[in-house]
Design a protein around this ligand. Structure first.
Ligand code: HEM
Length: 423
């Protein structure tokens, strides 16, 4: 059946502006060129097989143009994000103890469609607005300053000591976690990642993920309870005491773990990819020092070319036409953010990093009902962290070549960024 989807058609655009294809190309989002030269790889893929194409490699429809990806993010009725059914199936195939993992993840809003999604998101909708998040700037500044104060000597791996630690500390602070417990957040975010992957077929040992999930229930349960009795005045207070919230204890605990997971690894990767782009061309760092207002456009461009999320998966909820193809209910769809962000129909010269690019409708935070809850927070964190680093270390430079980024079809991974601070 798959070969039918890849049938050769003549190229170029139809009268309605749709791209058409000339020859098949089996898309592989982990191909070296797709990772390192996305502009040329995805332009060729769109040229050859259109904006919506079946990939035998991924066993999924892959959406490649900005217009298709943006539309798909909006159309949650036909492209479902709901994983609760598959989680329940996984639970039935595992030991009883595994239910604790499933219960936690089933309460994550990103794995649910409306109307359940709407109910889970409502209490946090107003908590992460630009105005609410702007009030966190002094707290974030304090965290960044303390991390930089802790640099010992001239040689530092910014991947570990800066990019990985700041987001964990910020999330711990917004959840009102005591300083003594904050150090555990970095490791916990890895444990949550293992939990998410434990839902995939053929994944490993239940025991460690069950232990981690049980620990989260206990820790975040205490945190939510404390908020009711002794509010900390943090974002968690606003969430727990929200007047329109009818979230259960289990849903609130699920939300805390989602905020920790959603906001940690992603922001870490944004910081490392931004640092790599800055250190590769030191004149970019100098430009930002001289044009501090430029951080706003620069960070959108870092998101466009190095945004942590490369692809968002969806399930086709009902058979429908898209980009001239028939997508059948039950099939998988990959909304390829990396391809959309390098679409030459929307971005002039998409292979070039332009820190002044404006407008920049990059889709790295998604779009539509699941649009990233923490987008404003991530932007603010990246601005404060990068600005403080560049201002405090005017002679910072890469200590040797920057290791290549590793990537899966879904996102970029961690990498070390060794620098000399030039103190
Ligand atoms: C650079 C950093 C970040 C990136 C690239 C990012 C990316 C994304 C993307 C692409 C989505 C859409 C998921 C989908 O459509 O299925 C999303 C959703 C989400 N993000 Fe982020 N995120 C970042 C930071 C954060 C932070 C700091 C938080 C924590 C406050 C956060 C919390 C969430 C939540 C809760 C959702 C689910 C929203 C929903 O389903 O309604 N993210 N994020």
């Amino acid at each position: 059946m798959a070969s039918l989807f890849r049938s050769p058609i003549s190229r170029h655009r139809t009268a309605t502006g749709h791209r058409r294809s000339i020859a098949a190309m089996d898309l592989d989002l982990t191909d070296r060129e797709a990772i390192h030269s996305p502009a040329s790889y995805f332009a060729r893929a769109r040229e050859k097989s259109g904006d919506v194409q079946w990939s035998d490699h991924h066993r999924a429809w892959v959406l490649l143009s900005h217009a298709e990806v943006e539309a798909a993010f909006r159309e949650s009725e036909v492209l479902s994000a709901d994983r609760s059914g598959s989680f329940a199936r996984v639970a039935r195939s595992r030991g009883e103890a595994f239910q604790v993992v499933v219960d936690l993840l089933t309460n994550w809003m990103n794995f649910r469609d409306p109307p359940v999604h709407t109910r889970l998101r409502e209490p946090v909708r107003t908590v992460f607005t630009p105005r609410a998040v702007a009030k966190l700037e002094s707290d974030i500044q304090e965290i960044v300053d303390s991390v930089l104060d802790g640099f010992d000597g001239d040689a530092v791996d910014l991947g570990a000591a800066f990019a990985r630690s700041i987001p964990a500390l910020v999330i711990a602070a917004i959840l009102g976690v005591d300083a003594a417990d904050r150090g555990r957040f970095q490791g916990w975010s890895d444990d949550i990642a293992k939990m998410v992957f434990s839902m995939e077929p053929g994944s490993a040992d239940d025991a460690p993920v069950v232990a981690a999930a049980s620990e989260f229930w206990a820790f975040f349960g205490r945190l939510v309870e404390r908020e009711r009795v002794h509010p900390t005045g943090t974002l968690l207070t606003a969430i727990v005491q929200h007047r329109n919230s009818d979230l259960t204890e289990a849903e609130l605990i699920g939300l805390c773990t989602l905020i920790l997971f959603g906001g940690h690894e992603t922001t870490t990767t944004l910081l490392t990819s931004s640092l790599a782009l800055l250190l590769e061309q030191p004149e970019r760092m100098q430009w930002l020092r001289e044009n501090p207002d430029g951080y706003a456009t620069a960070i959108e461009e870092f998101m466009r070319v190095g945004g942590p999320a490369r692809t968002m998966p969806r399930k086709i909820a009902s058979t429908h036409e898209r980009g001239g193809r028939t997508l059948e209910a039950g099939q998988n769809a990959f909304l390829c953010i990396a391809a959309a962000n390098h679409d030459e129909d929307v971005f002039t010269d998409p292979g070039t990093v332009d820190l002044t690019r404006d407008p920049n409708p990059q889709l790295g935070f998604g779009w539509g009902v699941h649009f990233c809850l923490g987008a404003n927070l991530a932007r603010l964190e990246a601005t404060v962290a990068l600005r403080t680093l560049l201002d405090r270390f005017p002679r910072i430079r890469a200590a040797g070549p920057i290791p290549e980024v590793r990537a899966s079809a879904m996102g970029f991974g961690r990498r070390p960024i060794h620098v000399s601070l030039g103190k």
